[in-house]
Ligand binder design. Structure first.
Ligand code: ATP
Length: 825
């Protein structure tokens, strides 16, 4: 069998080559000869839709061959993957890979970039790039086995191997004792996971998947290819349907959705109008910027038990959500134990040190990612009725039980931050003292107060490392029934590994409080940044930058089954390097997600050869660090805008490139809670209808509008009017500032009142990324782009606490008041 059929990108070819050389002892020259033969033998598909990429690549690499003479075998196209007999076909493989890469490339390349810059740790980690490669290979191999020709097979199911990568025992032995995990003294921190995993493994999570018991057992052996064992099982068809699957199907044609009935709001039962006075409005102020103009939007949290609205009654009789009457109701749960919830997760953490110090003695659970429950679950919503309170209570119990499971699932490595020195700082203190406690931190400044806790800038004593320390008073939260929200936030934070999402370095609990040790963002938030702009709005290229980063963060969250639900500029923090960090997950909704690869049914176009004068715009550019790959038509953050409406693509989502699209959207997520921020609430939430993933795309539309126009589109003179506008008012755009037609077109697509027709509701971020507004943006390199604005130096010079911050609802937990003396620096 030809081991190198198909084509692969240069990086992989090099790896494959290394591997083969190591395995066979093949000399470069003989290998090179072999590869030349393979290149010559490449089946040439000259016409039709399979012509384009393959042929161009061949030409390109042949040209490279000529230029670099015979020496640079490593730069040649290598053939890995299936032969033409594959069910997908060579070009299909290439395009599928591009599609997968298009999806995860931002992540993978970001990691690759960070790895290039980082020193080797000596520890074997599962790289996300590796995961993507496996994903690709699995898809390709499976598709090959299907025996289908390109274009055939409308529903090819492909299983994705999602198992911990083998962890070399020798590697773990090499870990110096000095950085091995100290024994945790606390008796409550039992090694809860010992029965579940034995070997030191790491696992990578990029998709929300569920591993069957068999799958998990098969993958647990510590010292030998877990990947292999699972793959073998899969080949034998042993894995059950709960393993993660990719559907290689067709894109659902837009027409398929047209038939859906638009929910008739007029048929909804009436509910009482919202009383403004009862809206729990907490105007939060930034500690550094206390101007009135910086007043933030208030967050709403309310109970379930929806009631329908009557659109005929506006104003006071809006028929809006009844829970808007009282958005937060405190009801102490009898099961509320302020320490238990913390311990459940602590046990997990106790069994695993900071991730940079993996060693074989650490039992790391096999990843069971995102397997929270078969239905969506959410937390933190209190109830208005005693019946609902009971429901909340029982749900809390389930959550408590699940917290172990999900926390186990969340024990993942964080490759993109694995070499951060703050891990070492935390580990250093843990080694010294056995565990991390509040007293090990020097609190420098209060960064702000939220609904569920107070955030401090804190230095880990003796390490010079700064963290954002979120301290939650469990007793207080328990009495206000907000403990589940804190738990949700913690569990989500534990899952995250993304450059635009916060890294949770550690967390610990004591009897009355729990602390999250997070990455500190010194640049304030986008709300503040926007206020500083001329006209209080961002110009389009700048807005595009922030929107792209937020979109990537949302896409990642959705892949994990998390519907964020609280997007607003105030929750987007600015890092020291000017990139963003989406924060605040206590209102998020967690669900399951089924990743899919959707295959375009439209005819595959030849790659456009419309090239600009930029030298890197042509296919001739082979610079691997070229910021503009050949398919990029316009510079990253300045889209080529054609103001002529007639030239607009009528379909903003152009799948016409024929590339399969990866979609991982939690479309099954459902909630009927009244949560979010007033001006950002989606109509379905206001109308007390079930809502799901589409609310994030609505809020993304409002967010985009606010960045570009300096205000939100439906804001009224009061809360009631705002809510009425959300439901009834047509979207309008101010005349100034003028923005591109692509921008308004995207906003229109996102702010469709019916979630079924909203952009992103079925295909998620993939759809939005392909909108003309983002045309030409190199998603893979967004993280490497120089941000439009860097935080000013004084923004991140820690200062002492500001007296104005006494507005905090809960200054700090009384139980830890002694520890929370802010120190001058
Ligand atoms: N990692 C961080 N780095 C810097 N500042 C932060 C960080 N996390 C939070 N903050 C600041 O602390 C404030 C409080 O944050 P927190 O997440 O507790 O509440 P919130 O975002 O205001 O909303 P919520 O009521 O949902 O908790 C934020 O407004 C933010 O300015």
């Amino acid at each position: 069998m030809d081991p190198y059929p198909g084509t692969c990108e240069i990086v992989e070819a090099m790896e494959e080559f290394d591997c083969i050389q190591r395995h066979r002892g093949t000399s470069p020259s003989s290998f090179e000869l072999g590869m030349k033969e393979k290149v010559v033998k490449l089946p040439s598909v000259k016409a039709g839709k399979y012509y384009s990429m393959e042929d161009e690549l061949n030409k390109l690499f042949e040209a490279i061959d000529l230029r670099v003479s015979q020496r640079s075998v490593l730069k040649r196209p290598m053939r890995v993957g299936p032969s033409q007999a594959s069910g997908i076909g060579i070009s299909e493989c290439g395009t599928l890979k591009q599609a997968l890469r298009g999806l995860s490339i931002s992540h993978a390349s970001e990691m690759a970039a960070s790895k290039r810059l980082s020193k080797p740790t000596g520890l074997t980690r599962v790289s996300e790039a590796g995961a993507i490669k496996r994903l690709y290979k699995t898809v390709v191999v499976k598709a090959e086995g299907s025996g289908l020709l390109p274009g055939e097979g409308k529903e090819i199911l492909v299983e994705i191997s999602h198992v911990p990568e083998k962890y070399s025992a020798s590697n773990s032995e090499k870990v110096p004792k000095s950085i091995q995990k100290p024994k945790i003294k606390s008796s409550k921190k039992t090694a809860h996971l010992s029965s579940q995993s034995t070997g030191a493994t790491t696992s990578t999570v990029s998709l929300t998947t569920t591993l069957s018991e068999e799958h998990r057992n098969a993958s647990i052996p510590s010292d030998a290819g877990k990947d292999m064992s699972v793959r073998k099982l899969k080949q034998k068809g042993k894995l059950n349907s709960s393993t993660s699957t990719l559907e290689l199907g067709e894109i659902v044609p837009a027409s398929a959705e047209v038939g859906r009935e638009t929910p008739s709001i007029s048929s909804s039962p009436c509910s009482n109008a919202i009383s403004r006075s009862t809206v729990n409005t907490v105007h939060r102020m930034k500690p550094l910027f206390m101007k009135k103009s910086l007043i933030k939007k208030s967050k709403l949290v309310s109970a379930t038990s929806p009631s329908r609205c009557n659109p005929e009654e506006k104003g006071n009789s809006l028929g809006l959500h009844p829970n808007q009457k009282k958005l937060v109701k405190n009801s102490a749960s009898p099961a509320c134990n302020s320490t238990n919830l913390g311990i459940a997760v602590d046990q997990i953490h106790a069994s695993k040190p900071p991730l940079s110090t993996n060693n074989s003695s650490d039992s790391t659970a096999d990843a069971q990612v995102g397997n929270y429950s078969s239905t969506s679950r959410e937390k933190g919503e209190s109830s208005l009725s005693s019946k609902s309170s009971i429901g909340d209570y029982s749900r809390s119990t389930v959550i408590s039980e699940e917290s172990n499971q999900s926390a186990v699932a969340c024990i993942i490595s964080r490759p993109h931050m694995s070499n951060d020195l703050r891990w070492d700082a935390i580990h250093f203190v843990e080694m010294q003292h056995g565990c991390l406690e509040l007293k090990h931190f020097k609190l420098l400044r209060r960064l702000g107060c939220g609904d569920i806790g107070t955030v401090y800038l804190a230095e880990l004593k003796g390490t010079n490392s700064l963290f954002a320390l979120k301290i939650v008073d469990n007793e207080l939260l328990c009495s206000s029934n907000k403990l589940p929200r804190a738990q949700t936030e913690r569990e989500i934070l534990q899952m995250l590994d993304h450059p635009f999402l916060p890294t949770l370095f550690s967390h610990f609990s004591a009897e009355n409080y729990s602390c999250l040790v997070m990455e500190y963002c010194p640049g304030g938030d986008l709300h503040i940044l926007r206020q500083r702009q001329p006209g209080r709005s961002f110009c389009e290229p700048v807005a595009r930058f922030y929107l792209a980063e937020v979109l990537l963060a949302l896409e990642y969250l959705h892949m994990l089954g998390v519907v964020y639900r609280d997007l607003k500029p105030e929750n987007i923090l600015v890092r020291e390097d000017g990139h963003i960090m989406l924060s605040d997950f206590d209102l998020s909704l967690r669900s399951t997600v089924s990743p899919k690869v959707l295959k375009s049914t439209s005819s595959i176009k030849e790659p456009t050869k419309k090239l600009s004068s930029h030298p890197c715009m042509g296919f001739s550019c082979i610079d691997p660090f070229c910021p503009r790959p050949s398919w990029v038509q316009v510079p990253c953050f300045s889209p080529k805008v054609n103001k002529s409406e007639k030239n607009l693509n009528p379909d903003p989502v152009d799948f016409g490139d024929g590339l399969p699209q990866f979609v991982a959207e939690p479309t099954s997520a459902r909630s009927n809670s009244f949560v979010g921020t007033l001006e950002y609430l989606a109509p379905e939430i206001v109308k007390a209808e079930d809502h799901g993933n589409a609310v994030d795309w609505w809020t993304f539309g409002i967010f985009m509008y606010e960045l570009l126009f300096g205000k939100t589109p439906f804001k009224g003179t009061g809360d009631e009017e705002t809510l009425a506008n959300v439901v009834f008012q047509n979207l309008e755009f101010p005349k100034t500032p003028s923005v591109s037609i692509h921008a308004t077109d995207l906003i229109k697509g996102l702010l469709v009142k019916d979630p079924n027709y909203r952009l992103g509701s079925t295909k998620g971020a993939t759809e939005i990324r392909q909108h003309r507004f983002f045309e030409g943006l190199n998603w893979a390199l967004v993280r490497c782009t120089i941000p439009p604005e860097l935080p000013k130096a004084q923004d991140h010079v820690p200062t002492t606490d500001s007296p104005d911050e006494k507005q905090c609802q809960h200054d700090f937990p009384t139980s830890v008041a002694g520890c929370l003396k802010l120190e001058d620096i």
